[in-house]
Design a protein around this ligand. Structure first.
Ligand SMILES: *Cc1c(COP(=O)(O)O)cnc(C)c1O
Length: 456
């Protein structure tokens, strides 16, 4: 018998009533234990975690909303986590103490008022996942996956990464008393992200290949060594990342926005957010589904191309973009993402390097720093408006996936004018540092000049 969440039980935040199974997204096979590669033993497609009891109506939406709100006033570490606060909709850990957490989630939702005016959208918000403990949304998935890795008794966890996954994995492995193995492409990774993995004690291997090469090698490794893979192929990560949707809707008083726009790399995050949205609708937490759209860099546009060619077969690309977090040519979760686009009525878009740089500076000028990969959302919104896919009276949420401090080189090169130096239009967005003699006169002159150019 599944215990249900009733108003009586909502007084007891310790109840963890949910059971789960793995289900293949291709052939629908249901299993209770997954292989090391998290693929279906029958058809090879990816597995997802599902709970058959939900559709049987075991969860009461009003009781859930008040239970989750109530937990924000509690001080147990499992309640302070913006992921585990929603644990009725997550796989159930052995005990509350077994959860590996750094107080992830609970990230702010900002109104982007100036950018809304500049793009002529009435209501524009940014959900800033870059304010997670290690600076990206990867933490929300890692808390769940690391918890189950430790529970399964693994000593080693491993991932292939463009940087943020390794930073998050290394931190959560360290918190959970596990060792971590990081496979990153040599070069093409920001020092900020790499330095996090080093500091958190990961065994870090810089491989002479790209991200896709690192991921392929990891797939071979997990079949021949007792390491637990923490890439987003791992469905426990998807479970953690889907809580963004719950948290966002809670922040919007359970009134769904019209549109959520997400950057697409390996496509785990868009799959996760979509899964969260669909579950909310099925449980009755929301009545209307927001459209979820995915934006990629032109140089790493595998999903865009795949859909252009019918969506039945993955069209891989040789990925190239300065937005290194989405520099991925063969996204693992492409089929999951396509299902989400289809069921929410969203679309895909691609944006140029120049559009990314401008969008990042515009978000920055609102006092909100994000990394280049996150800025594709604003650049993509502009194009969706031009296409007429988004209309100006809609409520739009941009998911900012990573923190500004993740890639300071990009930001410095942009403002110093080294990035796209020939581009006149970008100059309006650059704020280069000024080198002066240490005299009062020089500073006042510079101040006056700045005031004059702001006035014109
Ligand atoms: C990982 C990451 C992405 C891409 O997410 P996927 O799940 O791989 O599609 C985008 N932005 C940032 C900052 C990331 O760290």
């Amino acid at each position: 018998m599944q215990p249900s969440v009733t108003s009586e039980e909502s007084a007891n935040p310790n109840s963890l009533p949910v059971r789960f199974v793995f289900r293949c997204i291709g052939c629908g096979l249901v299993v209770h234990a997954a292989e090391q590669d998290f693929r279906c033993s029958r058809c090879g497609n990816l597995l997802e975690i599902s709970d058959p009891s939900w559709t049987a109506g075991s969860l009461h939406p009003v009781a859930l909303k008040s239970l989750w709100a109530q937990r924000r006033t509690l001080n147990e570490s499992i309640d302070l986590s913006g992921v585990w606060r929603f644990r009725e909709l997550l796989p159930q850990p052995a005990s509350e103490q077994s959860v590996v957490t750094l107080r992830e989630g609970n990230t702010p939702l900002y109104a982007l008022t100036r950018t809304a005016r500049a793009t002529d959208v009435q209501q524009l918000y940014a959900k800033h996942q870059g304010l997670n403990p290690t600076g990206s949304f990867k933490d929300t998935g890692m808390t769940v996956a690391a918890t189950f890795a430790r529970q399964a008794g693994y000593r080693w966890v491993a991932c292939a990464s463009t940087g943020n996954t390794s930073a998050a994995m290394a931190a959560y492995a360290a918190r959970g008393g596990m060792r971590s193995l990081v496979l990153v492409p040599e070069g093409k990774i920001s020092w900020s992200k790499l330095s996090q993995a080093l500091d958190y004690g990961a065994l870090t291997c810089q491989l002479r290949t790209d991200f896709d090469g690192c991921l392929r090698l990891l797939q071979e490794l997990v079949r021949s060594a007792p390491v637990y893979q923490l890439n987003s192929l791992n469905p426990f990560r998807i479970e953690g990342q889907k809580t963004l949707a719950y948290e966002l809707l809670e922040q919007l008083e359970w009134q769904p926005p019209d549109h959520i726009i997400v950057p697409g790399g390996n496509l785990g995050n868009s799959s996760a957010i979509g899964k969260g949205l669909l579950e909310m609708r099925d449980i009755g937490l929301i009545e209307k589904l927001p459209k979820l759209s995915v934006v990629q860099a032109e140089g790493a546009n595998a999903l865009v191309r795949t859909l252009r060619e019918g969506g039945k077969r993955l069209v891989s690309v040789q990925a190239e973009t300065r937005a290194t977090a989405i520099r991925i040519g063969s996204p693992a979760s492409w089929e999951k993402a396509i299902k989400v686009l289809q069921s929410t009525g969203g679309t895909t878009e691609e944006v140029s390097e120049i559009e990314i740089a401008q969008a990042k500076a515009e978000i920055g000028a609102e006092g909100i720093g994000c990394e280049p990969a996150s800025a594709v959302t604003l650049a993509g919104l502009r194009k969706l408006l031009l296409r007429g896919f988004v209309s100006r009276d809609e409520i739009v949420v941009l998911v900012l996936t990573g923190n500004l401090l993740k890639d300071p080189d990009f930001t410095m090169e942009f403002h110093r004018g080294e990035l796209f130096s020939g581009n006149e239009q970008l100059n309006a967005y650059r704020h280069p540092p000024v080198v002066l003699d240490a005299s009062l006169k020089a500073v006042i002159q510079t101040l006056e000049q700045a005031e004059k150019s702001a006035a014109t």
